[in-house]
Write a protein that binds this ligand. Structure first.
Ligand code: AHR
Length: 533
């Protein structure tokens, strides 16, 4: 069971919250409630893999075209067709990996359409996402160029649904062969003689749904063939410590058949195949079809989304319990490689493009989920928010030459110190926030020590009405100083727009001391990250 399950929740429904029904979501003046965080640096926990802060970029709407790729001849500043403003912004959040090319798109993507001279690329239809023309201008070599520009690793999903092991093996040969095979020579002719490093390989995507509607047993048989034949031919990578890791599909839409079937097969596997992880996809939706507004919503929608976000903890606990049966040593990772808020599409946009605005609510939701992943770091070693640019809960929105960073982006930037840090236990009475029949922990927090030994604290006040006084209880001589950044805004539906890009941006925050303890005054609806000295 994760930390959330152990938190003591008072279960009260505040009169302040009731009084706010139907009112605009501005903070009310309310006295802060005190939360004591008991931090225990003497008992270090799991390593927080930086891949927990991964991204997902699918050929969907303007996720790639317009968001990443503008083409070499564009007036938008670019390097080899990849827009430079986006690259600079992504570099600043230290993106560890980018999952590509989908999503559902991956299970009907044929890599051959996206390599070679641009004027020879095949024009196809993106049947997964609106039947729009897919120009295939952004293919394998452009993807690796993009990764190199932002400093991220590859997470490539191969086509299990509509493809074959032969096609996937050829793609691996094209990407990774270090000997002069025909496909390695083709890659060299396309400008890249050296093999690429494929750190992660996804074996399909949601094959219980858009990836072929396969039964768990059918998928497992396919997955074994793909796992065996997708050989990484980059000898330096395969003989080093960073061998390619294969990820199978798990979590069958609120059932658990896939995870159980994959793990059962893994336990009895023969020498010819292996997987290093299984996936979990879970979106905050508020009921299908997605209808929660991303702009101009009230407190009821806020509470629905946040309460649903907290449910991630139970899902991970459930999947971990299944995995523990077959893998008590936790060799196989749980990869939450699609998650985020899936809201109503922006009015006037193609609903198949999944374009939505991104508010302070999304930022708070992101912090809650990232905290859950970190608390489960012994099993969760990867997550990929959906999706990086212009799609669902994105980091960045673009419109032609314009670009704006979302509140979610700022959480990722504030959380950089947690990449590759070591979890430090923190216990606290979270209290509760309730509205409209939804009750959830009011305060959330994680602590971790980075490689240089510095202690970091992330604290979220989910309550949109009541500030919080957070007292940090450290054993021993105690901490003397803590400072960092806080992200908040007058309303939870505050967004950054092209016209007003700095409505929700981090501001400095410092702790005071009282009786040898640090005290952080956290505004209502806020995410803070502080370095403790
Ligand atoms: O992220 C959008 C879609 O959601 C992905 O393509 C699919 O895997 C999931 O259902």
């Amino acid at each position: 069971m994760g930390m959330i399950g152990r938190l003591r929740i008072a279960g009260l429904c505040t009169s302040a919250a009731i009084a706010l029904a139907g009112q605009p979501l501005a903070a009310k003046d309310a006295a802060p409630a005190t939360t004591i965080l008991h931090v225990d640096p003497a008992k270090p926990g799991a390593h927080i893999q930086r891949d927990i802060f991964g991204q997902f970029a699918e050929h969907l709407g303007h996720g790639i075209y317009g968001g990443v790729w503008v083409g070499k001849d564009s007036a938008i500043p670019n390097v080899r067709g990849i827009r430079s403003d986006v690259v600079a912004a992504l570099r600043a959040i230290h993106v560890p990996n980018v999952r590509w090319p989908g999503g559902c798109f991956a299970d009907e993507y044929h890599w051959r359409w996206g390599v070679g001279p641009q004027d020879k690329r095949r024009q196809t239809l993106n049947a997964s996402w609106g039947n729009v023309i897919e120009p295939n201008s952004f293919g394998t070599d452009e993807y690796f160029d993009f990764l190199q520009q932002i400093g991220a690793e590859a997470y490539v999903s191969v086509n299990v649904g509509a493809g074959s092991p032969e096609e996937a093996a050829d793609w691996l040969e094209y990407m990774t062969a270090d000997k002069p095979t025909s496909l390695a020579k083709e890659r060299a002719a396309n400008g890249h003689p050296a093999p690429y490093k494929v750190k992660y390989l996804g074996l399909g995507n949601e094959n219980w749904g858009c990836g072929g509607a396969m039964s768990p047993d059918h998928y497992v048989e396919e997955m074994k063939r793909f796992a065996h034949y997708t050989r990484n031919l980059n000898t330096a990578q395969e003989q080093g410590p960073d061998k390619m890791k294969r990820l199978a599909v798990g979590w069958d839409s609120n059932k658990s058949d896939y995870t159980d079937a994959v793990m059962k097969a893994w336990k009895d596997k023969v020498w010819s195949w292996d997987v290093d992880g299984v996936s979990l996809h879970n979106y905050v939706v508020g009921g299908w079809p997605p209808h929660l507004k991303s702009l101009g919503f009230e407190e009821g929608d806020y509470a629905i989304a946040l309460e649903e976000a907290y449910r991630m903890d139970g899902m991970i606990a459930k999947q971990s319990a299944i995995m523990d049966q077959y893998d008590p040593a936790k060799k196989v990772a749980l990869a939450v490689d699609e998650w985020g808020a899936w809201l109503a599409p922006n009015p006037g946009t193609n609903p198949q493009f999944l374009q939505q605005q991104n508010s302070l609510r999304d930022a708070i939701l992101a912090s809650v989920n990232l905290n859950i992943f970190m608390r489960h770091a012994d099993r969760v070693r990867m997550s990929n928010i959906a999706q990086m640019i212009n799609v669902l809960q994105s980091m960045i929105l673009t419109d032609g030459p314009k670009m704006v960073l979302t509140p979610t982006y700022h959480v990722y930037r504030m959380y950089v110190p947690f990449q590759d840090a070591t979890l430090v236990p923190v216990t606290f009475d979270a209290g509760s926030y309730s509205f409209g029949g939804k009750t959830m922990p009011r305060i959330d927090a994680v602590a971790a020590r980075d490689a240089a030994g510095k202690l970091w604290l992330a604290v979220t006040n989910v309550d949109p009405n009541q500030p919080a006084e957070v007292v940090v209880d450290l054993p021993g001589a105690g901490a003397r100083r803590a400072s960092g950044q806080v992200l908040t805004a007058p309303r939870v539906d505050a967004v950054n727009s092209f016209a007003a890009p700095e409505t929700v941006v981090p501001k400095p925050i410092s702790a005071t001391t009282r009786g040898g303890k640090l005290v952080v005054m956290l505004p209502a609806k806020a995410v803070a990250v502080l370095a403790v000295e």
